[in-house]
Design a protein around this ligand. Structure first.
Ligand code: URC
Length: 341
C-alpha cells in the first residue's frame, strides 16, 4: 500500500504475541493420573491489517493481549492441548475462523520437558514410555525443547472460504551432546592458512537443532460458533493416506530425538558434516510423512591443553586428557536434506 508523498511502501506486515508461557495440567478423575505440558507460544497474524500501519487505523487490530488470552483459552478448552502440533493447528485455525480479515496465522509452540519421576509406590500407576512413573510428580529431564511451527493460510482472500492450507514443521532445539571418542577430522584442505592438525580421535560436541518439514495439509476451519470443534476430520493429508492427520508429530518428535542420539553415539564420525548427513537420512527413511530435514550443528570445540612446557604430552590424541572447552568461535555446520522424488 503506497500513499502519495511517502517515500516508502509497506511490503509485508505481521504482528502478534511472543513468549506466551502456558502450563496445562490434564487430570483423569478416575485414575488420578495427571498429564502436564509447558509451552512457550508465539502467535502471529497477517492479513488485511495494512491500515493499522499506514493510517493509524486500529479497527483492524486484534490486540496482541487478546491473542494471549485466546492462547490461554484454547489451552483450557482444546481437546488437543497435550499435542503441540494439533494444538498449534487448532489455534491457527481458530484465529482464521474467528477473524475473517486475517489471512494467515503463524503459531510456534516450544515445549519444555517434564517427565514423570520414575518411582514405584502407591502414587505410581502411570507409565511413561513403558516405565513406571509417578502419577503427578515430574522432573525436567533435559534442557532440549521440541517445537512445532504451523502456518495456516486461508485458501481464498477476504475471508471467503472456510478452508485453509497448513505448512507444518517440527523439530528439536538445544539437544547438547558430546562424545569423547569415535570422531576424527582428517584430509581437509592444507595450505598456507592451515594450523589445525589432523586427528583420528577427538572430542565431538554439538548442540543439535533439527527441523523436519511435513507435506502440506488441508485444513477445514472450525464451523461452530466458538471454533472449538476441531477433530481429525478437519485436517487432511494431501496424499492417499486415507485422510485425517498425515503424521503423528508426537511420535515422530520422540523418534527423531532417538535417531539423532543413536547416530551420534554409533557413527565413527569423519566430520560433523558426514554425521549430520547420516542423521538426516535416518530421519527421512523412518518417517514417511517428512518431506525434508534440516540440521544445524555447531562444532563446540574442546582444545587439548598444551603441557609441553612442563614436559608432559597432553596433545597427541592418545594422551589428550585435559581440554579447554571453547565457547567461541565455534564451527557452524548445517544442511537441508530433502526426500528424493
Ligand atoms: O567436523 C568438522 N568439520 C569442519 O568443517 C571443521 N573445521 C574445523 O576446523 N574442524 C572441523 N570439524
Amino acid at each position: 500500500m503506497a500513499t502519495e508523498g511517502e517515500p516508502g511502501v509497506l511490503v509485508d506486515a505481521r504482528y502478534g504475541k511472543d513468549k506466551v508461557r502456558v502450563f496445562r495440567v490434564v487430570r483423569d478423575p478416575t485414575t488420578k493420573v495427571h498429564n502436564v505440558v509447558e509451552y512457550n507460544v508465539t502467535v502471529l497474524v497477517e492479513g488485511a491489517i495494512e491500515t493499522s500501519y499506514t493510517q493509524a487505523d486500529n479497527t483492524v487490530v486484534v490486540a496482541t493481549d487478546s491473542m494471549k488470552n485466546i492462547t490461554n483459552y484454547l489451552a483450557k478448552v482444546s481437546p488437543h492441548v497435550l499435542d503441540p502440533a494439533r494444538f498449534a493447528l487448532h489455534l491457527g485455525a481458530h484465529l482464521l475462523a474467528r477473524y475473517t480479515h486475517i489471512q494467515t496465522a503463524l503459531v510456534t509452540v516450544d515445549q519444555l520437558r517434564w517427565a514423570r519421576i520414575g518411582i514405584a509406590g502407591a502414587e505410581s500407576s502411570a507409565k511413561e514410555e513403558g516405565r513406571p512413573g509417578h502419577n503427578y510428580a515430574f522432573w525436567r529431564d533435559g534442557a532440549d525443547r521440541r517445537f512445532v511451527d504451523v502456518e495456516v493460510a486461508r485458501k481464498e482472500k477476504d475471508g471467503g472460504a472456510n478452508t485453509a492450507v497448513a505448512k507444518v514443521s517440527g523439530g528439536l532445539r538445544d539437544l547438547l551432546v558430546l562424545k569423547s571418542s569415535g570422531s576424527a577430522f582428517e584430509n581437509f584442505v592444507r595450505d598456507e592458512y592451515t594450523t589445525l592438525v589432523e586427528v583420528d580421535d577427538r572430542i565431538f560436541s554439538t548442540s543439535v537443532d533439527l527441523r523436519y518439514t511435513y507435506d502440506e495439509v488441508d485444513v477445514r476451519l472450525p464451523g461452530d460458533e466458538k471454533g472449538l470443534v476441531f477433530g481429525e476430520e478437519n485436517v487432511r493429508g494431501k496424499g492417499n493416506d486415507g485422510g485425517v492427520y498425515a503424521w503423528d508429530d508426537a511420535k515422530i518428535g520422540s523418534r527423531a530425538r532417538e535417531i539423532t542420539l543413536d547416530v551420534f553415539a554409533h557413527d565413527e564420525s569423519a566430520s560433523v558434516q558426514a554425521t549430520l548427513y547420516k542423521m538426516a537420512q535416518r530421519v527421512l527413511s523412518e518417517n514417511k510423512g517428512i518431506e525434508k530435514v534440516r540440521y544445524v550443528l555447531p562444532n563446540k570445540h574442546y582444545i587439548p591443553v598444551d603441557m609441553k612446557y612442563i614436559g608432559v604430552d597432553n596433545t597427541t590424541p592418545r594422551n589428550a586428557e585435559v581440554f579447554t572447552p571453547v565457547d567461541s568461535p565455534s564451527g557452524l555446520i548445517s544442511a537441508t536434506i530433502s526426500r528424493r522424488r
